[in-house]
Design a protein around this ligand. Structure first.
Ligand code: HEC
Length: 167
C-alpha cells in the first residue's frame, strides 16, 4: 500500500515538473521590446562635451543601462521572466531620468535632476544594490564617486549661470 502511494506521488511530481517546464517554455515567446537605439543620441548629456574620461566611464557603466536609450544586456536578459523585470526597471529608470534625452529637458528640470543625482550618489542609492551585485563593473569606488559629484555640481553651476544670463 505504502509503495503504491509513493508511486502515485512520484507520478504527480513528474507531472507538475512537466507542466512547469511547459509554462517556462511558453513564456519565452513573450519578449519585451529592447531598449536599444543604435545611434548615439545627439540629445545625450555627454554629446559634444569634453567630460573627463572617468566620469564618462562611470556614467556609461553604472547608470546608462537604466537611464539612457541604450541598455547593454547580459545573456540572461533574454530569459523570461528576468527579461520582463529588466524591461520594467529600464522603463521606470528612464521615466525618472534619461541621459539620452537630457538636452531636451527644460533648464529647471536639468537643475533639479542634478540635485537628485548628487543626492542619490551621496546616499549610495544609485546604482541600486541588486544591480551592482550582478554587475561588478558598475560599482563606484570612492574616486569615481567624487569625480561624478564634482561633475554634477560643476554642470549645475554652469547651467545656473546660463539661466541668469538669459534673464
Ligand atoms: C538597474 C537600474 C538602474 C541603474 C543602473 C541606475 N538607476 Fe537610477 N533609478 C532607477 C530606477 C528604477 C529609478 C526610479 C525609482 C527609484 O527612485 O528607485 C531611478 C531613479 C534615479 C533618480 C531619481 C531619484 C528620485 O528621487 O526620483 C536619479 C537621480 C538616479 N536614478 C540616478 C542614477 C545614477 C546617477 C546612476 C548611476 C550612478 C543610476 N541612477 C543607476 C534604476 C537605475
Amino acid at each position: 500500500m505504502a509503495f503504491l502511494i509513493h508511486k502515485a506521488m512520484k507520478k504527480r511530481t513528474q507531472i507538475i515538473i512537466l507542466v512547469l517546464l511547459l509554462i517556462f517554455g511558453l513564456i519565452q515567446f513573450i519578449r519585451p521590446q529592447r531598449n536599444q537605439q543604435t545611434n548615439l543620441s545627439r540629445y545625450d548629456i555627454l554629446h559634444k562635451t569634453d567630460t573627463e574620461a572617468i566620469v564618462e566611464n562611470s556614467l556609461h557603466h553604472a547608470c546608462y543601462d537604466c537611464h539612457s536609450n541604450n541598455t547593454v544586456y547580459p545573456w540572461y536578459a533574454s530569459i523570461a521572466p528576468v527579461s520582463w523585470m529588466i524591461s520594467k526597471h529600464v522603463k521606470h529608470g528612464k521615466k525618472h531620468l534619461n541621459f539620452s534625452e537630457w538636452i531636451l529637458y527644460p533648464k529647471e528640470k536639468q537643475l533639479h535632476k542634478l540635485d537628485e543625482i548628487v543626492e542619490v550618489l551621496q546616499e549610495n542609492d544609485m546604482p541600486p544594490a541588486y544591480y551592482t551585485m550582478l554587475h561588478r563593473e558598475a560599482r563606484l569606488d570612492e574616486t569615481s564617486k567624487q569625480h561624478l559629484l564634482n561633475w554634477a555640481r560643476e554642470l549645475k553651476s554652469k547651467i545656473s549661470a546660463s539661466v541668469t544670463q538669459q534673464e
